[in-house]
Design a binder for this molecule. Structure first.
Ligand code: BGC
Length: 744
């Protein structure tokens, strides 16, 4: 039977040209191959394809629970995650291909989030580079390594917009802005999938978590989400749409509810928006046990009810709870779900297996030779270092404290993150081996082998006591320069890692203050998974580098920046609040009826903290200086089908070459609804030699001015618009233009 199946799978079909069929010949052929398999399947086998189980790890390596092995052999599993390695995946694949009735290959999924073995910067750090080419490249390298280890499918990119830094998963995304988030989402999808899913070094992407997970109430993970549909469409949906338009073949549901309906049971989200509005043709997988969780959510009374809700809302594959296996066959008998809907789900899943080439050769990705050659090869490590140095944000640099001279004789590296190795690969380190990452101390020693580099932790990251402070201070006193490494532990961000206080942990502040009091020049290196509340540090320290968690090459990449081998070019993709009370705080807020006026009490403000954040969205300094001038518009007004070109001159007025992210923001002054004070609508990263000037031009069309109106129709309105261009979301040059015509 298996042979018959493969024959049918690869038989060239006679193509009957059908005028009204919008599919290409290749798509038709693919669908025919899918249908040829589906036609042979029993209901149980179909449900098996809709089931995803995890592999496990113990001291001895990877293993699969005996009951899952039985399920694979019985054709009750279509996909396995957390199994990787060419040999191991080949073993599991053999079970599916040689021991099941139909020999349908398994799909191997994994959270390849920011690198596979060679770990790249955490996603929020990569987003800080605003460097689309390198972000794409990072995903390409990850896919090349992962596919060499038998993987077909990554649970990435995570595209959740996040405006609450208490939420630990802010580390996994691209920050607060839907425009930047959409650009990055598309690059990551293209990086993972390439233009040919069947290529051996590309893998299927999963956009997650659909949707609004980043808006969990009070920043507490898995908490409820309540927001207007306009906010959903304007802020949270765009990166998903961008990823789907870029070709993503799967999407993962979120754990949270949206306005009371859990995402994994939401017909509105999965069917109305994803399928009907957007025409998504890939498959929808739930998040981990999300169908089961419909019970504690309080919308399903038992497993059958949960599966019924999920399938009927649009889920195609269940992750880990096994609820589809357990209940769907009976639900079909009872008429509560239809076999047609099951067929549709299975078609979508098989389609991706065909696209990956698994029906042509189920073992094509499990290649030990390729695995040896690809994993952590020097070019990959080099790419990770390039991405890492581009992800660093220079938050403050008073009196040009940085870069350090490589002639500095005595450097003290102080603080709990100076030798931290585990932290560097962050919370979603997947198959990354943290023992291979380069610490800050090592990076500095590698860079200046002739300097005397001393070191004291002062305390551990949790920093519960001051026993080590005296030694840290002594070490600082004996140095010419102190590099002070502060921040979070890897487990303080990521999933299930929300914090209500997002300051430096424990007594790290006291440690910093003691070291700063020595009067030595101090350069702070922060490592953390989220924006931190550090206004006191900004007031006290002359120089601060935000390095997030930079992955395998952390220490070398930070040394590149500390000593000026690379001139920092990162810009914050998320606002840094002064304190937790300011949250949510983001650049694209709406105006109020009582805008801030210092002298007027009854205007929008706090009694105890300014309205302004500590660091605005888009902020990031360089070792050189960029001056913006001559903002010009190609015309004072435009018609609806016209365009306006906005040109600005950027000059490198310093003495080093550098890169700058030129940012364009728009504001609709008077609309039928309040419109944000600033909305990011364009950016370009440019590179300038000392003294060099460059003109940067952005084109604005009504597409950039459109928004969801009160009735949720999408369109532009005539009127006056502000255009702002600058190196961050606050310090900009402004121009004005008008859109003429009657409202759309
Ligand atoms: C996370 C997902 C992840 C999945 C599989 C879940 O807990 O929310 O982002 O892809 O686990 O590891």
């Amino acid at each position: 039977m298996k042979r018959i199946l493969f024959l049918i799978g690869i038989l060239p079909f006679a193509l009957i040209q059908c005028e009204s069929d919008p599919r290409s010949a290749a798509e038709r052929r693919l669908d025919e191959r899918v249908d040829s398999v589906l036609a042979l399947m029993t209901l149980e086998e179909k449900i098996g394809q809709m089931t995803l189980f995890t592999s496990d790890m113990d001291q001895t390596g990877a293993f699969l629970r005996p009951e899952y092995i039985d399920d694979i052999r019985a054709g009750k599993v279509g996909a396995i995650f957390n199994a990787y390695g060419a040999a191991y995946t080949r073993r599991l694949q053999e079970m599916a291909v040689t021991e099941t009735r139909l020999g349908i290959p398994l799909l191997f999924g994994y959270d390849v989030i920011h690198g596979h073995r060679t770990i790249f910067p955490m996603p929020l750090a990569e987003a800080s580079s605003w460097d689309m080419g390198w972000i794409r490249k990072a995903a390409q390298v990850a896919a090349a390594e992962a596919t060499a280890e038998g993987l077909h499918w990554t649970f990435a990119p995570m595209v959740d917009v996040a405006r609450d830094p208490r939420w630990g998963r802010i580390i996994e995304g691209s920050g607060e802005d839907p425009f930047l988030g959409s650009r990055i989402a598309a690059e990551r999808v293209i990086g993972f999938q390439g233009d040919d899913l069947a290529a051996l070094n590309t893998m299927a992407a999963t956009v997650k978590h659909f949707v609004a997970y980043g808006a969990a109430q009070a920043g507490r993970d898995y908490h409820s989400v309540d927001m207007s549909e306009r906010r959903l469409r304007e802020t949270y949906l765009p990166p998903f749409k961008a990823a789907i338009d870029a070709g993503a073949v799967s999407i993962m549901t979120a754990f949270n509810d949206y306005n009371g309906v859990p995402a994994s049971a939401s017909r509105f989200l999965m069917t109305d928006i994803l399928r009907e509005e957007w025409g998504f043709t890939g498959f929808i997988v739930t998040d981990y046990t999300a169908i089961m969780e419909l019970q504690p959510h309080g919308v399903a009374s038992d497993p059958a009810h949960a599966s019924e809700l999920a399938l009927n809302a649009g889920v195609d594959m269940s992750m880990q709870d096994g609820y589809f296996n357990l209940t769907l066959a009976d639900l079909v008998k009872q008429g509560r779900v239809t076999e047609q809907d099951i067929d549709t789900a299975v078609r979508r899943i098989l389609r991706v297996k065909f696209q990956l080439g698994l029906f042509d050769d189920p073992y094509r990705y499990s290649d030990e030779e390729r695995e040896k050659a690809e994993v952590m090869k020097p070019e990959n490590i080099q790419a990770a270092r390039e991405m890492a140095r581009r992800s660093i944000v220079l938050l403050k640099n008073e009196n040009q404290s940085l870069p350090l001279s490589d002639q500095t004789r005595r450097i003290a590296v102080i603080g709990p993150l100076s030798e931290g190795r585990r932290e560097l690969i962050g919370s979603w380190s997947a198959a990354g081996d943290w023992t291979k990452s380069v610490t800050l101390l090592e990076g500095i020693r590698n860079r200046v082998p002739n300097a005397v580099v001393t070191h004291a932790d002062g305390c551990d990251i949790v920093c519960g006591d001051d026993a080590g402070f005296a030694e840290a201070v002594r070490t600082a006193r004996l140095a010419d320069v102190v590099v002070l490494a502060l921040g979070e532990a890897y487990w303080m961000s990521g999933e299930a890692a929300s914090r209500s206080d997002i300051g430096l942990p424990g007594r790290q502040r006291e440690l910093a203050e003691a070291v700063l009091k020595t009067g030595k020049p101090v350069v702070v290196v922060l490592m953390n998974g989220r924006p931190l509340t550090i206004d006191w540090l900004d007031a006290a320290a002359p120089a601060i580098l935000e390095t997030w968690f930079l992955g395998t090459t952390t220490g070398d990449a930070i040394a590149d920046v500390l000593f000026g081998d690379y001139n920092p070019s990162g810009k914050l993709p998320v606002t840094f609040p002064r304190n937790v009370g300011q949250i949510p705080i983001y650049h694209s807020a709406l105006p109020t009826g009582r805008p801030f006026k210092a002298e007027d009490k009854y205007t929008s403000k706090y009694l105890d903290v300014p309205n302004e954040p500590l660091y605005v969205f888009g902020h990031g300094l360089s070792y050189t200086t960029f001056v913006y001038s001559d903002l010009t518009l190609s015309a004072p007004s435009m018609t609806p089908d016209g365009r306006i070109e906005v040109t600005v001159t950027v000059t490198n007025t310093g003495s080093r070459a550098g890169e700058e992210v030129v940012q364009l923001y728009l504001r609709d002054r008077i609309g039928s609804l309040s419109r944000p004070l600033r909305e990011l609508k364009g950016f370009e990263k440019i590179s300038l030699e000392p003294g060099e000037s460059r003109q940067v031009t952005f084109t604005i069309t009504t597409g950039d001015l459109s928004f969801f109106k009160e009735d949720l129709s999408f369109g532009w309105e005539p009127g006056e618009f502000e255009v702002h261009v600058g190196g961050n979301s606050r310090d900009t040059l402004m121009g004005l233009f008008e859109v003429v015509g009657s409202r759309q």
